[in-house]
Design a protein around this ligand. Structure first.
Ligand SMILES: [Zn+2]
Length: 215
């Protein structure tokens, strides 16, 4: 998989101050909740920006500024939401392809590559043991956030262990996660929700087969 995925992200420094973590990219994909209640956390510009601010992908000032802008022209806000959702869908598509050892859909890759095509300014910043390379985004703050989310996943596809990328086995849930367990056999996004649900279902099935059916 690592060889066949050629997400073009040549300007990815290894030590950077504000790159998004993989977990943030996965959380972003999981903002489309299906279970136990179906809810899209990106259902309005306000909630989408709340999510981005909470995940350190956007400054509060940018949020205030953009929301005021959308108030004046709501169509721009709608367009921004569809851009976010399109990248989210593409990230899920590419991750699912990696998790199931399939070649990614070219249109998903095209969406991610478009997201990665953004203007960065590279700069050296002081670090405890010398300097580290940081980068700042110039231009639309949403594009900057999208680029960092796509970058988090792209980095993992190239440098990480893609065999550990998983889709929750609860078919109604579909959350994506990285299996960091020692055994590498984790099946559910969370043992307490989906894992427990599977356990209860198994238990019920066993009881049914064991107890004689009432006649
Ligand atoms: Zn789950």
């Amino acid at each position: 998989m690592n060889e066949s995925v050629t997400v073009s992200a040549p300007l990815m420094p290894m030590v950077v101050g504000h790159l998004a973590r993989l977990q943030t990219g996965l959380d972003f994909i999981n903002t489309l909740d299906l279970w136990p209640v179906s809810h899209d956390h990106l259902d309005s510009p306000t909630s989408a920006f709340d999510w981005l601010v909470d995940h350190d992908l956007m400054h509060r000032e940018a949020r205030i500024h953009l929301l005021a802008q959308y108030e004046a022209s709501p169509a721009v806000g709608v367009e921004m939401l569809s851009r976010l959702r399109r990248v989210r869908q593409a990230m899920r598509g590419v991750l699912e392809a990696a998790a199931t050892r399939r070649a990614p859909d070219p249109s998903d890759l095209a969406d991610i590559n478009r997201a990665l095509r953004t203007h960065y300014i590279y700069e050296l910043v002081p670090a405890t043991d010398g300097v580290s390379l940081d980068h700042r985004h110039q231009g639309d703050p949403v594009d900057g956030a999208i680029a960092r989310l796509a970058e988090a996943l792209a980095r993992e596809l190239i440098q990480g262990d893609t065999t550990r990328l998983r889709i929750c086995e609860n078919p109604q849930c579909h959350w994506v996660f990285k299996d960091t367990s020692r055994t590498g056999k984790r099946k559910w996004c969370s043992m307490s929700s989906c894992g427990n649900r599977a356990k209860v279902a198994r238990h019920r099935a066993r009881q049914k087969t064991q107890s004689p059916s009432p006649l």
